[in-house]
Design a protein around this ligand. Structure first.
Ligand code: SAM
Length: 261
């Protein structure tokens, strides 16, 4: 393949460490019949080893040049979808499937919106393995009380088991990112307790954490009164990061019961 100049706008940091690639592939543990979707295959650092283990691999790449190179491999088992992953509609592409395995060394500039986009489609997904900026993985897995516990932690942990795996240093990439990275495994699961109105849960959490230094009473003023917060068993003087995922769900359900939407 002709030399490809990494495009910053597409968050292109290509993996060049073969040992690390193998470690990531082992963590994914592909089985030949898996229906796997790789987001951002780039120059194929993960794509090659994954494809060797799979009957078919679907890859989603936004960069036209990289997608063209992948198609030029003329591999009928490598299905290249040239598309923005933020527009990916898994149901439409894989109707009726609930066992997709989604993987990727994600472009760090869109990782959070992409995670939210995939969360909405979790009914199609069995598991996800991503290489991400370490700070994002810390936020995903954070426990209440931690300074990085926030909207991403609550909304991911609400419906997924989040398992941070090993660290990856900047030297494993070309060009080198300025940040440390980490592999994370996400396994969608049935929420418990379940939010009667998941969109309201999301709105409350988003609103509260956009003013994370404010108490619940003040941060949620536009949505609920302090007595709703108390009915959910919480002090209205708590800050959002002190509220566990289950407590957020309880609060949203009490609000739903009071007709908030
Ligand atoms: N998987 C390769 C590797 O590990 O070397 C490349 C990883 S690189 C961090 C991110 C890849 O995602 C690039 O190939 C980039 O072009 C692609 N990408 C960036 N934004 C994208 C988007 N919105 N949709 C699909 N692919 C995207």
């Amino acid at each position: 393949m002709q030399e490809h100049r990494a495009r910053k706008r597409f968050g292109q940091n290509f993996l060049t460490d073969a040992m690390l690639v193998q470690r990531i592939v082992r963590a994914i543990a592909p089985q030949a019949d898996d229906c796997m979707v790789e987001i951002g295959p780039g120059q194929g650092a993960l794509t090659g080893p994954l494809r060797e283990m799979l009957n078919v691999l679907h890859v989603v790449e936004i960069d036209r040049d990289l997608a063209t190179h992948l198609r030029e491999r003329n591999d009928p088992g490598l299905r290249v979808i040239e598309q923005d992953a933020l527009q990916l509609d898994l149901q439409a592409l894989f109707p009726g499937r609930d066992d997709l395995r989604v993987v990727g060394n994600l472009p760090y500039n869109i990782s959070t919106p992409l995670l939210f986009h995939l969360l909405q489609q979790r009914a199609s997904i069995r598991d996800m393995h991503f290489l991400l900026q370490r700070e994002v993985v810390d936020r995903m897995a954070a426990a209440p009380g931690s300074g990085v516990y926030g909207r991403l932690s609550v909304m991911l942990q609400y419906c997924c088991a989040v398992e941070p795996l090993f660290h990856v240093p900047p030297e494993a990439f070309r060009p080198r990112p300025k940040v440390q990275s980490r592999v994370v495994r996400l396994i969608p699961r049935e929420p418990h307790p379940i939010a009667e109105d998941p969109a309201l849960l999301e709105r409350l959490v988003k609103s509260a954490f956009s003013m994370r230094r404010k108490t619940l009473r003040n941060g949620l003023r536009a949505w609920v009164d302090a007595d709703v917060i108390r009915e959910a068993g919480l002090s209205a003087e708590l800050r959002p990061e002190q509220v566990s995922v289950d407590e957020w769900v309880t609060l949203a359900n009490v609000a739903t019961g009071r007709g908030v939407y």
